[in-house]
Ligand binder design. Structure first.
Ligand code: PMP
Length: 366
């Protein structure tokens, strides 16, 4: 059944759930450490939990399809009109909507090697043509991306910071890039990890949205805001773009509880700061351990680190298996063409220690 371009899609590989690893390896669930999906190790903010409990009373009715309150809160935070915002069922939904809204079957989409897996999925699911530019130092080569634009290119995906490599493009370089992209090509700037950036690296992409009618900024509540399971993401762009996304999206794509939790989390600056500080300390600890073990890693600006665990193409899978047996779930990235590497999410201090101990053991045995 179905078109050949759908049958050719390689399925997205999500981090293994704790329950599955417990069953497969005969481990106690409580002992398992999951550092596989770039989730916030603090879990949900208490402010969001309280808002959700109240919202439960409204579950007999459909959600507010226009998510008035959440859009108002976002509009206020980012100083844009509410019409400039489109909500998604996670930012994956936004990425997919953007592909469908701006690209026709057969036209091309540009993205970089080693950039987020959903760009390939969204491209293939549409029967569009992928133009994949080679990475430089595991990150985006913006000049190569510009050069690769063809007459039928309608969309460019850029992740900043990027997943799974954690690489970061400096604001001025991005701005120069936006200036040069033809106006009939939409740029989706995926900033899923932006809240983790240190102050000196931050740039004002919303100001660029005001300036560039072809720019769409995508953000999520799944990472620093701690609401991955609720699935809330959002796009900020000029109404010419968001209007199309809104026509295409499912009417109730963000549920009642998720809307309420997101409003609360957005107002919880203390939780965001705590998450970023915990992440920065965890990054220092993990990279210090990698240095000691003599392991190469890609300097990361996200809540995860890509580390090379061996020099043969079996290394990632082998060390991953040893870690699983020790009750530590990380993410193999062979599907990204990085079979010698693993991506580990930065966890709580005790989770990081459990990972480091299991890694030392795995490398000693291997
Ligand atoms: N963009 C990037 C770069 C990501 O790493 C992720 C999460 N893996 C997403 C988007 C999607 O996250 P969500 O759908 O939970 O918002």
């Amino acid at each position: 059944y179905g078109p050949s371009y759908v049958r050719q899609i390689a399925p997205y590989i999500a981090g293994k759930p704790i329950s599955e690893v417990a069953r497969e390896f005969g481990l106690d669930e409580a002992r398992i450490v999951k550092l596989a999906s770039n989730e916030n190790p603090l879990g949900m903010p208490d402010s969001a939990k309280a808002a959700m409990a109240t919202a439960v009373a409204e579950l007999g009715r459909y959600p507010d399809s226009n998510a008035f309150e959440l859009k108002e809160a976002l509009a206020k935070r980012y100083e844009v009109p509410a019409e400039w915002i489109t909500l998604g069922n996670g930012s994956n939904d936004i990425l997919e909507l953007a592909a469908h809204a701006f690209v026709e079957k057969g036209q091309s989409i540009v993205y970089a090697q080693y950039s987020f897996a959903v760009y390939a999925l969204a491209t293939q699911g549409l029967g569009a043509r992928a133009i994949v530019t080679p990475a430089v130092k595991y990150g985006h080569d913006l000049d190569a991306m510009l050069r690769s634009i063809e007459p039928d290119t309608r969309l460019i995906f850029i992740a900043n910071p990027n997943n799974p490599t954690g690489t970061f493009i400096e604001g001025p370089a991005l701005e120069a890039f936006l200036e040069k992209v033809p106006k009939n090509v939409v740029v989706v700037l995926d900033e899923a990890y932006t809240e983790y950036l240190p102050v000196e690296k931050r740039y004002d992409s919303i100001a660029w949205v005001r300036r560039y009618s072809n720019l769409l900024v995508s953000r999520t509540f799944s990472k620093a805001y701690g609401l991955a399971g609720l699935r809330v993401g959002f796009a900020i762009a000029q109404p010419e773009l968001t209007d199309l996304l809104n026509r295409l999206r499912q009417p109730f794509n963000v549920n009642t509880i998720a809307q309420a939790a997101a409003v609360a989390a957005l107002g919880d600056r203390a939780f965001l700061e705590k998450s970023a500080a915990l992440n920065a300390a965890g990054y220092r600890r993990l990279t210090e351990a990698f240095d000691k073990l003599g392991l190469e890693y890609v300097p990361s600006f996200g809540n995860f680190v890509l580390v090379r665990v061996g020099n043969d193409d079996g290394a990632g899978a082998r060390v991953n298996l040893a870690l699983l047996k020790a009750g530590v779930i990380v993410r193999p990235v062979g599907n990204y063409g990085l079979p010698q590497w693993l991506r580990v999410t930065i966890g709580l201090p005790e989770e990081n220690e459990a990972f480091i101990a299991a890694l030392e053991q795995a490398l000693a045995v291997g």
